[in-house]
Design a protein around this ligand. Structure first.
Ligand code: ADP
Ligand code: MG
Length: 709
């Protein structure tokens, strides 16, 4: 960054891209305090500032003038705060008076005084929604309100649309409320307009009807109409996605180019033997995915593939068959799971699958300690252990592999890209297979797993009957228990799940333990009831799982630890307590624990007294839909693109403008980016050179991520 003032000085104004990516601190009006606040919020450059887009726009034509109000109307109004404060009459109340040139209006509150005291300043222009009452004069009790600017703020008084920026107390403290922001954005934008520059190819702008950069930013912050604000956003969203996809394309092309991966042929004898030992035939989809994996393994580049498939679609056996390729060729294979219990479950089922093949499988988790641990480490280092299953304990420095050639990462959502990297470092470019827990729509998967190849198991094993899913009201609880009793009598088993958000959450654990005691003592006294939670020791957990599988336990009370991966075919009932506290994909995962053996199965949802609107939408979706891909689409809509599936953890830059549900734009950006890298991998052509410059500037310090150029 240049150590010279940018807009603060007359003579030394950088132009074009240099200006766009210069330090925000050098903008006129941004002193140290504002600069610091902006940077704390991730706004480091002028470019970042332009990308700080309004949360929404208020359409002035939908605002009712203050002099047109009548009792009983539900309205949105706009006015300037002229007075506010707490009054002590017969009742304590807080009052705000707003006015515009035509009239005044009172807003009143009967609670929340402390918050309100700090919420307003004289001269604030606020937008208020509520229902008008008459009490003496007209007023609005307990309105929704939002500070949108101040009296002197021109855009508030002229434009039809009033931009509303995200609530940000940090910004407010230093005077960067909406108006303060626009005050620094406007001159910066004017400077850009005088010295325009571009970050995407001109020809695409024409072809896809995208605004030029200046216009886009202008329309976002100072819109003429809703439509033009929207077009501005589209343009920035496209740009954001394009550069994201460009990084992905670069990473992928780099990996392909290197050709330093291990070449492994598909398993022969071992594969046959394993297939013969299964009680079923692979589905067409499983075979197809397996062939995609084998093709990657045989190629000279390092495999990086993700398997997407609904709960119960049979990802585990596919992973096991893939690993055999490595093992038969003399390499070690590893599976990394996100939780201890899942690692144990994998160990349990994989070692079972591989035992007839004489393959040594070891487990390494935090609970494997002492002599056992030392022995396990030895087996891994010496190569005696062909398959190593574990949690992130697996990627600790101390664990040394003899020759790791293939690694499966299960339920990737919970691991970050960094961990993928650590695992990679354990072997000579081992092939990597990621198994995703939650199926997600294709375009989204392409973006999130951007640099990975995707295989989709889009078919369920035959004979699966959809799990009947019901919301059970509290007064039907005992009827439901009777139903469970009956099922259990017919040698089926049931889960009862309690939420446990954090493994350390004491009150949650207490609820599960109490639930367990009650079910054991009062509800099912003549049945065996077991308890499973994350705080139990490894061996304890394993014993419970084995007992449950062998039907020595009829009803398993568990916390969310069973959410992923547990595979007990006799289980036919899934009873979820406080279903309102679970996410939709999580509920779908839980439901996926039953109905795995062609026996009619049930999922009962119980809720606590307080169910939010979103929670009831989730529950409704679950009761109506059984397809995991559709479920995740709805999950996306409910949660919103911002919170999507922990995109941060994927090592994906946070998207500021783009919406991950906009599949059309994502596809376009992806296609253009991948085509560009395919034609010109280092972005060295005359035409593309500026793209490389922009990419570098956008990435700033993160440059090493891309490895382009
Ligand atoms: P997930 O994709 O959720 O990880 P699993 O791999 O745990 O699913 O498989 C779910 C169950 O289906 C397991 O009990 C597995 O043995 C069984 N299964 C897998 N593939 C098939 C198939 N082709 N036919 C019948 N059952 C299968
Ligand atoms: Mg699984």
């Amino acid at each position: 960054m240049p150590e010279k003032p940018v807009l603060n000085s007359r003579n030394k104004k950088p132009r074009g891209l240099d200006f766009l990516f210069s330090d925000v601190q050098y903008l006129k009006g941004v002193g140290p305090r504002k600069g610091e606040a902006l940077k704390k919020h991730g706004i480091k450059t002028v470019f970042d500032l332009f990308y700080y887009v309004p949360r929404k726009y208020l359409d002035r034509s939908l605002i009712t003038p203050l002099d047109k109000l009548e009792e009983g109307m539900t309205v949105t109004v706009l006015g300037t705060v002229v007075a506010f404060g707490e009054l002590r009459r017969r009742r304590r109340l807080f009052k705000v008076i707003i006015e515009n040139d035509r009239a005044e209006l009172e807003l009143v509150w009967f609670s929340g005084y402390r918050y309100l005291q700090n919420a307003f300043s004289e001269g604030d222009v606020i937008c208020v929604s509520g229902t008008v009452r008459r009490y003496g004069g007209l007023n609005i009790p307990h309105p929704e309100f939002e500070v949108v600017g101040s009296r002197e703020d021109e855009t508030i008084h002229t434009g039809r649309l009033i931009p509303i920026y995200p609530e940000n107390s940090l910004f407010k403290e230093v005077g960067l409320h909406s108006r303060g922001l626009r005050r620094i954005i406007k001159p910066a934008l004017d400077h850009l307009a005088e010295n325009p520059c571009e970050t995407i190819p001109e020809k695409w702008r024409k072809e896809y009807g995208l605004y030029d950069l200046t216009r886009a930013i202008y329309q976002i912050h100072f819109p003429d109409k809703m439509e033009t604000a929207d077009s501005g956003r589209q343009r920035l969203a496209f740009e954001e996605l394009f550069y994201l996809e460009l990084i992905m394309a670069g990473r992928k092309s780099n990996r392909r180019k290197k050709m330093t991966g291990i070449k492994i042929g598909p398993p022969k004898k071992m594969g046959r033997k394993l297939l013969d030992s299964l009680g079923f035939k692979l589905t067409k989809a499983q075979v197809r995915v397996l062939n995609e994996i084998y093709a990657d393994m045989a190629a000279g580049f390092q495999m990086n593939r993700v398997i997407q498939g609904d709960v119960g679609s049979g990802k585990t056996i596919v992973a096991a068959l893939a690993m055999l390729g490595a093992i038969e060729n003399g390499f070690q294979a590893a599976i990394m799971a996100p939780t201890e219990i899942l690692a144990e479950q994998h160990y349990f089922s994989i070692s079972g699958l591989l035992k007839p093949l004489d393959i040594d499988t070891v487990l390494i988790t935090g609970s494997v300690r002492g002599a056992n641990r030392a022995e396990t480490m030895d087996a891994i280092a010496g190569g005696r252990a062909s398959v190593v299953i574990g949690t992130h304990a697996l990627i600790q420095k101390k664990v040394e592999f003899n020759n790791l050639g293939f690694a499966v990462i299960d339920e990737q959502q919970r691991f970050g890209v960094a961990q993928r990297g650590d695992l990679l470092a354990k072997g000579l470019n081992p092939d990597i297979l990621v198994m995703s827990a939650t199926p997600i729509p294709r375009t989204l998967a392409m973006t999130i797993y951007g640099d990975l190849d995707i295989s989709v198991i889009d078919e369920m094993p035959p004979g699966r009957i959809p799990v009947k899913t019901k919301l059970v009201p509290e007064d039907k609880r005992h009827e439901m228990y009777d139903f469970v009793k009956n099922a259990v009598k017919n040698s089926q088993t049931a889960y009862v799940i309690y939420p446990l958000v954090e493994e350390t959450e004491k009150s949650d654990l207490k609820a599960a333990t109490e639930g367990y005691e009650q079910l054991k003592g009062d509800i099912f006294p003549d049945r065996t009831v077991g308890l499973l939670h994350g705080r139990m020791k490894g061996e304890e957990k394993q014993k419970i799982m084995i007992d449950f599988r062998d039907r020595k336990i009829d009803i398993l009370v568990a916390t969310t630890v069973v959410e992923v991966g547990l595979d007990i075919p006799t289980a036919t009932i899934m009873l979820i307590e406080h279903a309102e506290r679970f996410g939709l994909s999580q509920l779908h995962q839980l439901r996926g624990r039953v109905g795995r053996a062609g026996i009619k199965s049930y999922c009962f949802l119980m809720t606590g007294p307080r169910v939010t609107e979103d929670a009831s939408r989730r529950i409704e979706a679950l009761t109506e839909i059984s397809d995991g891909f559709k479920i995740s689409e709805i999950d996306l809509q409910i949660r919103g693109p911002g919170e999507i599936l922990g995109t941060r953890q994927h090592g994906m830059p946070e998207l500021k403008v783009a919406d991950l549900t906009d599949t059309r734009l994502i596809s376009l950006a992806r296609r253009l980016a991948f085509d560009m890298i395919e034609e010109d991998p280092a972005l060295n052509s005359e035409e593309n050179r500026f793209i490389k410059t922009v990419l570098k500037m956008r990435l700033g310090k993160k440059l090493k991520y891309s490895k382009i150029g």
